[in-house]
Design a protein around this ligand. Structure first.
Ligand code: C2E
Ligand code: MG
Ligand code: MG
Ligand code: MG
Length: 274
């Protein structure tokens, strides 16, 4: 942080701030060439039916491996949003995950979409044209979005959502319970599914109140006839509580970690053989 001197006039030079800016600028350059080179990869995490335990869908998650190690999406997604790279990154993720999902014809595909993308008036038409080009049934696709966009640009968000829903694409409200999204927003924007945030699921390990909050949240969604996925399930006790509370879909390390397309194909083959 820049500091004022004793009299509150001159701004002191802060070498740490300079280094931080430089690191961000370097990361931005690297990210730009990684997207250009198609080096952002998709991994896939199973979505499992709560009643039968079978895999019914996959969520695509972006991975960026650099020479210096992996960069988390929690870092590079916000970076891409800030420096105007998110549309290109998002388009690449949609294209690669749809191309992979063509090998798994029985499964649904979920793709995360940034609020910034949804506010781009061209977004809906671009998604539809990618699906057409790759001959992918729009009914198999769910777009996961977080609530942010519903607050910042509700009108454009609604137009994009409506246009995409008309061709059969579904929408899930991601990370429900960790922000401001209301049950009202679920209905207002026509969400097809609610995803309960991992923080609410991990709270199950910390006391009885956690389970009460979850049950109340799930029953509100159920009253609106909106099915619920719980994310971040790591142990069977959590899974049992969520199943009893009415979640119809479970996701988390317990059911399966995010895996490469090749590992997913292997897992599906094993399951088919068993
Ligand atoms: P998300 O969409 O809510 O995805 C769930 C995150 O939780 C993923 O983190 C996943 O790896 C992690 N996770 C799943 N099960 C468990 C579990 O049992 N325990 C724990 N501790 N974690 C679990 P990831 O892959 O690091 O992604 C983080 C976030 O980055 C995503 O949250 C999503 O908001 C964003 N993101 C990832 N890929 C994309 C993308 O292609 N486009 C956009 N716009 N955002 C993306
Ligand atoms: Mg998601
Ligand atoms: Mg989530
Ligand atoms: Mg999240």
């Amino acid at each position: 942080r820049a500091k004022a001197n004793g009299r509150g006039q001159a701004i002191e030079y802060d070498p740490e701030l300079d280094r931080e800016r430089q690191r961000v600028a370097e990361l931005e350059t690297l990210l730009k060439s990684a997207i250009g080179a198609g080096a952002i990869e998709a991994v896939f995490q199973p979505l499992v039916s709560a009643s039968t335990g079978t895999v019914t869908g996959l969520e695509a998650l972006a991975r960026w491996r650099t020479a210096a190690g992996n960069v988390s999406p929690e870092v590079f997604i916000p970076l891409a949003e800030r420096c105007g790279l998110i549309d290109a990154l998002g388009a690449h993720m949609l294209r690669t995950s749809v191309a992979h999902a063509k090998n798994w014809p029985d499964l649904a595909l979920s793709v995360n979409v940034s609020p910034v993308q949804l506010c781009n008036p061209e977004f809906a038409a671009e998604v539809i044209s990618v699906l057409r080009e790759l001959d992918f049934d729009p009914k198999r696709l769910t777009l996961e979005i977080t609530e942010g966009v519903l607050m910042t640009n509700p009108d454009q968000a609604r137009r994009s959502i409506d246009q995409l829903k008309r061709v059969g694409i579904k929408f899930a409200l991601d990370d429900f319970g960790c922000g401001y999204a209301s049950i009202g927003a679920l209905r207002q924007f026509g969400f097809d599914r609610m995803k309960i945030d991992r923080s609410l699921v991990s709270a199950l390990d910390e006391g009885a109140k956690g389970a009460d909050v979850l049950r109340a949240t799930i029953s509100l969604a159920t009253a609106l006839q909106i099915p619920v996925t719980a994310e971040g399930i790591e142990n069977s006790r959590q899974a049992a509580i969520l199943r009893d509370a009415g979640c119809d879909q479970l996701q988390g390390y317990l059911m399966g970690k995010p895996m490469s397309a090749r590992d997913i194909s292997g897992k599906l083959q094993e399951e088919a053989a068993a």
